[in-house]
Design a protein around this ligand. Structure first.
Ligand code: AMP
Ligand code: ZN
Length: 468
């Protein structure tokens, strides 16, 4: 399996730090508004990366933060006359709804910056002790030049940065030892959230948040660190400097970055009036279409969003869903149960599309080619499955199709809503099974219902149930 590593600028064979495990950190959004469709791209892309690792049998520890303290959050809070916490909590909840709509698997952990301040302070303290950081009037700066590898990810040269840096100095930063130094801790300003620290009340800089949260939830060394390409510099470069200076170890082995999403070939921006939130898009399209659209291009290429391309994503997705529905219909009506010898051969032949799918995904997650393989499988299904096919053949094809669409996070099997009457009937059957001391069957029914989102509760008054 090959991954393009921004650090080496080439595709490298993936070798996990620990056999069978992947430790992955993806920089999450700053929560001051509904997420926009640009933010959705890394979510969808890296969720698909995670799903493919899981498909390959890896145990993935997937951590993605919410940046819940930031100038933009504070500004929004002041505009609305509410606390910053109210803003961040509101938009984290909204973001999670959008993520569910895009079928993003919940992360192993979504740390919040504001809940990890203690660890950040410790890390800054270590950096000061090691001579990599210094305090001036309540602000702590990172001593960039002391970290010899600075610039290794973004392939920037310190001297070029230096000449640009001078002109970039803003007022109040003239106390820095060097224009290249960046902030680890900033002192409190009136009306801003702040925490106690050895350097007075204040809040952490953005970069130290990810260094600390990654370390706390994944350890000092991780396999993959990811985000949009705008994060390469300075965010990820600074994360590397902080983490490697503090821990004395290589931080992440693979650095993955998605390309940008543009709209009608222009950069998405509020002032150009071509800015869409995921929520707005969800009013026009099923978010599955947005997901499918995002995966139709290679994750490192720029991607253009347009109504036309969304329409084509919609029809492509429909083709796949229709094939799955057709199979289900045929399964319901199949007369023969077992596969014939001829069908066994045909099924074996369909493996070819799984191989091309995997080959594409193994090549730096080429989802565009992987989708092409799914279309080939769909074509094969449409030409070889019919009313004469055996149930086993049809079911095997459906399973094969779903195993691939699951990697893409595309749902082709709509969950059939279970009716209240069916639930009651199953509960009655469970009670009868228990009476007969057939606990295996009773447990099986409980699990079956749970899989459909029905939770049973045994009470003194009898069995109660609710939908999760
Ligand atoms: P932010 O909330 O700005 O920190 O962004 C959260 C994530 O979305 C980061 O990984 C960004 O790189 C990514 N991102 C922001 N805008 C875009 C865009 N237009 N296209 C692709 N990714 C983006
Ligand atoms: Zn980050």
């Amino acid at each position: 399996m090959k991954i393009y590593n921004t650090m080496s600028k080439r595709k490298e064979e993936f070798v996990p730090l620990e056999e069978g495990k992947v430790k992955m950190y993806v920089c999450g959004p700053t929560v001051y508004n509904f997420i926009h469709i640009g933010n959705a791209r890394p979510m969808i892309v890296f969720d698909t990366v995670r799903r493919y690792f899981e498909y390959k049998g890896y145990d993935v520890n997937f951590v993605s933060n919410f940046t819940d303290v930031d100038d933009k959050i504070i500004k929004k809070a002041n505009e609305e006359g509410v606390t910053a916490e109210e803003i961040s909590k509101r938009y984290i909840a909204e973001c999670k709804k959008d993520m569910e709509g895009m079928n993003i698997e919940p992360a192993t952990k979504n740390p919040l910056a504001t809940e990890e301040i203690g660890g950040m302070i410790e890390m800054i303290r270590t950096l000061i002790e090691k001579g990599y950081a210094y305090e001036k009037n309540g602000t702590v700066y990172f001593r960039t030049r002391k970290f010899k590898d600075y610039g290794k990810l973004s392939h920037k040269n310190l001297d070029d940065l230096q000449s640009g840096g001078r002109t970039l100095l803003v007022t109040g930063e003239d106390e820095k030892e060097d224009p290249l130094d960046f902030v680890l801790w900033k002192p409190k300003k009136e009306g801003e959230p702040a925490w106690q620290s050895p350097w007075g009340e204040g809040r952490p800089g953005w970069h130290i948040e990810c260094s600390e949260m990654s370390k706390k939830y994944l350890g000092e060394q991780i396999d993959i660190h990811a985000g949009g390409e705008d994060l390469i510099f300075p965010h990820h470069e600074n994360e590397i400097a902080q983490s490697e200076a503090a821990n004395g170890k290589e931080f992440a082995k693979y650095w993955m970055h998605n390309g940008f999403l543009n709209i009608d070939n222009r950069k998405m921006s509020k002032s150009l009036g071509n800015f869409f939130t995921v929520r707005e898009i969800s009013e026009k399209y099923d978010l599955q279409v947005l997901r499918f659209f995002m995966l139709s291009a290679h994750y490192r290429s720029p991607l253009n969003f347009s109504a036309e391309l969304m329409e084509s994503a919609r029809s492509g997705l429909n083709r796949i869903v229709t094939a799955a529905e057709n199979l289900k219909f045929l399964i319901g009506n199949a007369s023969a149960e077992k596969m014939t010898e001829e069908e066994k051969e045909k099924f074996e032949k369909s493996k070819e599309y799984v191989d091309s799918f995997e080959k594409a995904m193994d090549d730096d997650f080429n989802t565009a080619d992987a989708i092409a393989a799914v279309f080939e499988l769909v074509k094969y299904i449409n030409t070889t499955a019919d009313g004469e096919s055996s149930g086993e053949y049809l079911e095997s094809l459906l399973k094969r199709l779903v195993s691939l669409t699951d990697v893409l996070g595309i749902i082709v099997e709509k969950e059939d809503e279970i009716l209240d009457a069916d639930i009651e009937a199953l509960i009655a059957e469970r009670q009868a099974a228990r009476k007969e001391k057939n606990f295996a069957r009773a447990d099986q029914i409980r699990d079956e219902l749970l899989a459909k989102g029905i939770i049973l509760e045994d009470t003194r008054e009898g069995v109660k149930w609710k939908r999760a």
